[in-house]
Design a protein around this ligand. Structure first.
Ligand code: GCV
Length: 643
């Protein structure tokens, strides 16, 4: 297996591997023991029975997955109440390096904010004629599947599980939420393949979940209906689920995309989404499993002439009436924004509007609308803003929802993520899911230090410079003031200002000769702003108080509208597009200067991506600026070239 060590290079274990360590045996602790044995072989330490400098102990009181770290009298001790806690404690010590063994350390306790920290893989088991193998995947093929069955590259799956454990992820869904017929069979005929993957991930504290089609009974030779209130259908799911648990005793549960973008669902039977989710919850309940039911339900056959229908409203309108009707082991999985993982969206108003329902917030680590892993775009600051949002406007350190989920960005690429710098996104997601209050920039620095052990100040600063701010750079050249979807239809790469403007997908910007943006106000628009609680509803409702970066998401304003910066909207559009390209030029320059400090293959891959990013950014700038110059007739006040 020729695969990048990412944030777990052997060198990262030097401090641990030099010590005498004491660790109990059995179960998941064996994973800790194996890590220690490997590290000691490399760096001269030993796993001992007494007189240790690094001690791992099971004890009471730290809760699931939590751990404590102390250092006194020359002994560093990791305690936890379960084996997973010891595993997370080990990786914490690895992150600290020599610092974990210097002087005394007062006891510090660490507990995950979100009990489930899950990655959804949009992997098809075979190559799909339109979507390829990994839907919205930019890192090659699937690491789990090939030719309709488990790929069998267990070393790679094991390495993946290890990387995920080291950043705190504890659940993985192994197949695409768009469950085509071949994937549907994973539930029955091919459950052995899923079990084999689960066996490899389990030692890293990761539970395996499966996406299933709501129509499974019909597709897989059961009753001719999928009506969730039909007894035969419920029995079919109960039996299917018994068999799944027969194969995978700690199976996590099902993920379902229903009545969404053409997938089957309960609407066909006049049933509600609570009926649908609860049927699956009932089948999973005896085993402690969970159904993740996605809230991504909207009309994807909208008539663009219809100005009254607003896709942003859809999830709230569909689901809030069902609050309190979902089973305890049903989790409603809500995309973080109301549309679809755009560069900038407000936080979905559904989050906070269903107090009697378990919610998971879904983020997208794969960069579908944020550069497709050809452009560097580190999303830590975006996620940090999302996770820090409080629906009632209060400042709180609590959680935004019950669980956190993200769409994975890895594939069978030797660098895992296509763009080597996109590894930072995966790492950051895991770490924020553990502690959403963490400073994302500190997480970035942690990733830099682990991935490039021994990096000197120049390399560390260079890596930080090119990634910190890269989301803002991307936003500047692609999505001014909260406008989204100006992308090429279908594959979503590159500019297409009117690409979705006259389409059925409900994704419009309504640019005309006078202005641009979607009026979602309560007075004259779609009323979407009113789905928020105060203070957000009030703030978003008026262009005078709406935050700049969401202005065109909530309002249709004239090009001459003056922003708090003193600039007009049109001048802002021109300026940010020129700035965005200049920032990419600068990032490329910084990266070029790091040659010799990064391994040649990694440097070359990123350098090649910067060439493409710069080409792409110029194309975005020129298309968007020309489009708005032609629409508005307002010249750039600085007289730069616009075509
Ligand atoms: C898995 C968007 C993407 C689709 C994806 C869908 C979803 O529409 O473009 O590829 O399908 O979101 O989240 O279900």
């Amino acid at each position: 297996m020729d695969v990048d060590a990412a944030w777990l290079p052997a060198e990262a274990f030097r401090a641990v591997g030099r010590r005498r360590s004491l660790v109990p045996a059995g179960g998941l602790v064996d994973t800790v023991r194996r890590e220690l044995v490997d590290a000691c072989e490399r760096f001269g330490g030993r796993v001992v029975r007494e007189d240790a400098e690094l001690v791992f102990e099971l004890t009471e009181g730290l809760g699931e997955e939590g751990f404590a770290l102390t250092r006194r009298d020359g002994i560093t001790t990791v305690t936890a109440s379960d084996e997973r806690g010891l595993l997370y404690g080990l990786f914490h010590v690895v992150r600290l390096g020599e610092e974990a063994f210097a002087g005394d350390r007062p006891r510090e306790e660490h507990r995950p904010a979100y009990a489930r920290r899950m990655l959804d893989h949009w992997d098809n088991v075979a190559v799909h004629p339109v979507m390829g193998q990994v839907e919205r995947g930019y890192s090659g093929g699937s690491l789990f599947w090939a030719d309709g069955r488990a790929r069998g590259d267990w070393e790679r799956v094991r390495a993946y599980g290890r990387l995920l454990a080291a950043c705190g992820i504890n659940a993985v869904t192994v197949n695409n939420v768009n469950v085509h017929e071949t994937e549907a069979r994973l539930l029955t005929d091919r459950i052995g393949d899923v079990a084999a993957i689960a066996d490899v991930l389990r030692p890293y504290g990761i539970r395996t979940h499966l996406s299933v089609t709501f129509a499974a009974p019909v597709v897989l030779g059961g009753p001719p209906t999928a009506d969730p209130l039909d007894g035969a259908v419920r029995d079919w799911w109960a039996r299917a689920t018994d068999a799944v648990y027969g194969a995978i005793a700690d199976f996590g549960g099902y993920v379902v995309k229903a009545d969404s973008e053409g997938r089957p669902g309960p609407f066909a039977y006049g049933r509600s989404h609570a009926d649908g989710a609860n049927m699956l919850a009932a089948a999973l309940e005896p085993y402690g499993g969970t159904v993740h039911w996605r809230a991504f339900v909207y009309d994807h056959h909208q008539d663009w002439r219809d100005r009254g229908t607003d896709r942003a409203r859809a999830a709230y309108d569909h689901f809030t009436p069902l609050d309190g009707r979902f089973a305890k082991n049903a989790v409603l999985q809500v995309k973080h924004g109301p549309m679809d993982f755009q560069v900038r969206e407000p936080v979905s108003p559904l989050i906070g509007a269903m107090p009697r329902t378990r919610l998971a917030v879904e983020l997208q680590v794969t960069q579908e609308y944020t550069g497709q892993q050809r452009h560097a775009c580190w999303l830590g600051p975006m996620w940090s803003e999302v996770l820090g949002f409080r629906p009632d406007g209060e400042v709180s350190t609590g959680r935004l929802a019950h669980e956190l989920v993200a769409v994975s960005n890895v594939g069978d690429d030797p660098f895992w993520t296509g763009h080597p710098l996109a590894q930072a996104n995966l790492y950051t997601f895991g770490r924020l899911a553990w502690n959403p209050a963490a400073d994302p920039r500190a997480i970035l620095d942690e990733w830099i230090a682990l991935t490039h052990p021994g990096a000197d100040d120049r390399l560390t600063a260079g890596l930080h410079t090119v990634l910190d701010g890269s989301w803002s750079t991307y936003e500047k050249y692609t999505a001014p003031l909260g406008v989204g979807f100006m992308v090429q239809p279908g594959h979503h790469y590159g500019p297409g200002v009117d690409g979705y403007e006259y389409s059925p997908w409900g994704t419009y910007h309504f640019a005309d000769r006078d202005g641009v943006g979607v009026d979602r106000s309560t007075g004259t628009g779609t009323g979407y702003a009113g789905q928020y609680a105060t203070p957000w509803s009030g703030l978003y409702d008026s262009p005078a108080t709406c935050p700049d970066d969401l202005l065109l998401f909530f309002h249709h304003v004239p090009y001459t509208h003056v922003l708090p910066s003193g600039k007009t909207v049109i001048q802002h559009i021109y300026d940010t597009h020129f700035e965005g390209v200049a920032e990419v030029e600068e990032a490329r320059r910084v990266w070029t200067g790091l040659a010799g400090l990064v391994e040649p293959a990694r440097h070359a891959r990123v350098a090649e991506r910067y060439e493409e990013q710069l080409r792409g950014a110029r194309e975005w700038r020129d298309q968007i600026n020309s489009y708005f110059l032609r629409k508005s007739g307002v010249p750039d006040e600085r007289g730069r070239t616009i075509y």
